[in-house]
Design a binder for this molecule. Sequence first.
Ligand code: COA
Length: 260
Amino acid sequence: MPFQNIIVEKNPPMAAVTINRPDKLNALNTATFLELEKAFEDIREDPAIRGVLVKGAGDKAFVAGADISEIRNLGLRKGIEFSRLGQRVFHLIETLNKPVIALINGFALGGGCEFTMACHLRLATPQSKFGQPEVNLGLIPGYGGTQRLPRLVGRGRALELLLTGDMIDAQRAYEIGLLNRIVEAEQLEETGKKLLNKILAKGPLAVKNVLEVVHRGLNGTLEEGVALESDYFGMTCATDDMKEGTGAFLEKRKPEFKGK
Ligand code: COA
């Protein structure tokens, strides 16, 4: 599939998606979002691909935000459409049912920070910078930032970032729970692959169900979430993988999961 703004590389069981507009610090415009949507829909339907790494081209930015030159011309109706497009794509990524890891080297601002939050795990280099600088432009986040950031780092910390527009470094992002790990640039890709491989060696249905129940549970109350957990727990109890995983433990051998 030929793309202009992204690069998709498939090396089963993994795919790597690179946002490729380095001269604009990988800013997200409509064309890029539409390509991302196509790419992730394709990945979702491809049984050979079980996990995804996402990164930004060049060494300056993961993504420096939504494309400000495009935002400049929006009004009420087109603004809502632009926001909904980004939200639709990030929802697709968040609910892909295959683990998605963001590898961040450089700026992850505005829509870039929102992009990383739609991914399931976030690794970043020490030089990376994070923030929701929309208020500096007289704007607010439009791709889920007002909702995912408080869920990830807590309301007070989220509001500080959202209201001041300040950038924070990777160390601070790690401290507040925005990042899973800080990794030197030379090891970023390798560490991402290792982490993804580790997850892909687990029971495939268990991995899918963890992603699903965490996502769905966070949308409701604790009571609804734990009820959902019981249903998913029961479903995993009825899989061959569970019989294999528990059997392998008891027989002191490595499990061979089949995803069934
Ligand atoms: N949208 C459109 N273009 C962007 C962009 C964005 N979000 N972020 C960077 N660019 C472009 C710049 O306009 C510049 O293009 P040009 O070379 O044609 O002039 C190019 O990318 C390089 O950016 P530049 O600002 O020169 O790099 P810098 O190293 O001096 O500063 C940043 C880096 C990230 C601090 C700065 O680019 C910035 O503040 N970007 C906007 C961040 C933002 O507000 N994001 C939220 C948008 S809603």
